[in-house]
Design a protein around this ligand. Structure first.
Ligand SMILES: Nc1ncnc2c1ncn2[C@@H]1O[C@H](COP(=O)(O)OP(=O)(O)OP(=O)(O)O)[C@@H](O)[C@H]1O
Ligand SMILES: [Mg+2]
Length: 412
């Protein structure tokens, strides 16, 4: 008896219906694989799954309409799943909702996990898996479909090199998004060793990221609210730093982090991540799902070189599209001989976001424990950061200026 059969045989009685009807596909060229899985899935009266081979899927893609698109697709990792997912994504690119894709594999090594992230796979189940794992996939997918929410956007701030200013920028921008927007964002500090966001926000966190990642399955809206700490502005955040330095090497799984992110995204419009320490294995899902990746550099050759390397690696590793990359030149000064034009040229990028050097404002605000946007709201450094918060909030700078002008006319 194989492992999928074990899952099927374990529970023969009908299951409590899911919170909403779930339509799905099981894709495999192996009849045993599909029959065991569909027998198990049929225990839910409102899960309607059809089984198809890879070539049947390829043939049906041209006729696929929004109304016939499945909510969940389970793919047998034994066949060429990469080509299949690429064709699926191509066929569904006009759709408003992309189905959740779950890959079932015999061994989930790092190569498979990396490719799965690259192809936007929601979860990878290693055979044998417990029925609870598969049930959880169904519960989550049904809950998300029922809530019919648009998932919030992820914006990542990542340093090209240590100390470029990712933390201060991510925190200030998150604070500005809170002030500019009706619904506050969530700020995540992934740095377990030197994370400074609680200090910058002068707020002690009750829980840290590892607490959240230990219980991702049980996180509902209320549990999430309890785990997140709240700054007086309304900004929610979760930090990673532990008191015991020996415990600081993160061992979180990328899938747990991805699950946590999905839950946050179902409840918040904007998730802002301070990834100042660079790429870590568990944070890869945030990079592959991000709307924007802000790479923070300064005007020096090593930093620009590292940024070029980071862009190259992210493109190669996760297939990230060029338009997601935004380059922030922090501590910008006209006096430094490396010009914006030179930086653009060496990074093959059309636009740079300039945040001026302002040691006085930054050190006064951090020493006083007051956020930059409150302490130095009129300074050019805040103007530079506002361009970034407007990008996150999808505001067109020129349009905004037009509206502001109109309002000032009315006020006069
Ligand atoms: N635009 C700026 N003008 C002046 N000082 C700045 C500016 N941006 C950052 N700094 C200062 O640079 C230092 C590093 O900033 P920050 O902690 O944000 O960097 P980081 O890139 O997150 O560092 P790490 O790699 O340690 O995580 C801080 O002392 C901060 O006050
Ligand atoms: Mg930092």
């Amino acid at each position: 008896m194989n492992n999928l059969q074990a899952v099927e045989n374990k529970t023969k009685s009908a299951k409590q219906p899911l919170v909403t009807l779930l339509k799905g596909w099981i894709i495999s060229n192996n009849v045993q694989f599909t029959s065991h899985l569909s027998a198990y899935i049929s225990l839910w009266s409102n899960a309607k799954f059809i089984s198809m081979t890879n070539s049947e899927v390829e043939q049906s893609l041209s006729q696929l309409k929004e109304s016939t698109t499945p909510d969940l697709i389970l793919i047998d990792g034994k066949n060429d799943w990469q080509t299949l997912i690429a064709s699926l994504k191509q066929a569904l690119k006009e759709n408003s909702r992309i189905p959740d894709i779950v890959l079932l594999v015999d061994h989930a090594d790092t190569v498979i996990m990396r490719q799965a992230l690259k192809f936007g796979v929601k979860d990878v189940l290693t055979i044998p898996f417990g029925e609870e794992e598969l049930d959880q996939v169904f519960f989550d997918c049904a809950a998300l479909k029922k809530s019919d929410v648009k998932l919030g956007d992820i914006s990542v701030f990542i340093n090209a090199k240590g100390g470029m200013g990712a933390s201060i920028i991510a925190t200030t921008v998150a604070h500005m998004v809170t002030l500019q927007h009706t619904s506050p964002p969530v700020l995540i500090d992934t740095d377990a060793q030197f994370g400074c966001i609680p200090n910058l926000l002068s707020t002690n966190p009750k829980f840290i990221l590892s607490d959240a990642l230990e219980q991702t399955d049980d996180l509902d809206e209320y549990a999430l609210q309890g785990l997140l700490s709240k700054h007086e502005s309304g900004l929610r955040f979760i930090a990673s730093r532990k008191d015991k330095l020996f415990d600081t090497i993160p061992t979180h799984s990328p899938l747990a982090f991805n699950q946590f992110l999905t839950k946050l995204r179902a409840n918040f419009e904007h998730i802002i991540i301070d990834m100042s320490r660079g790429i870590e294995k568990f944070t890869l899902p945030a990079l592959s799902e991000a709307e924007y990746i802000f790479i923070v550099v300064q005007q020096n050759v090593p930093a620009i070189r590292e940024a070029a390397n980071l862009i190259k690696q992210l493109k190669h590793l996760l297939g990230i599209n060029d338009i997601k990359f935004k380059i922030i030149v922090n501590r910008y000064s006209k006096k430094i001989e490396i010009t914006p034009e030179e930086i653009k040229k060496s990074l093959h990028i059309d636009e740079l976001l300039l945040v001026p050097n302002d040691f006085q404002s930054v050190s006064a605000s951090t020493n006083l424990g007051e956020l930059l946007a409150t302490h130095s709201s009129k300074q050019p450094i805040i103007k530079g950061m506002r361009t970034i918060s407007n990008i996150i909030l999808n505001k067109n700078e020129k349009k905004l200026k037009g509206i502001e002008r109109l309002f000032s006319f009315i006020r006069n």
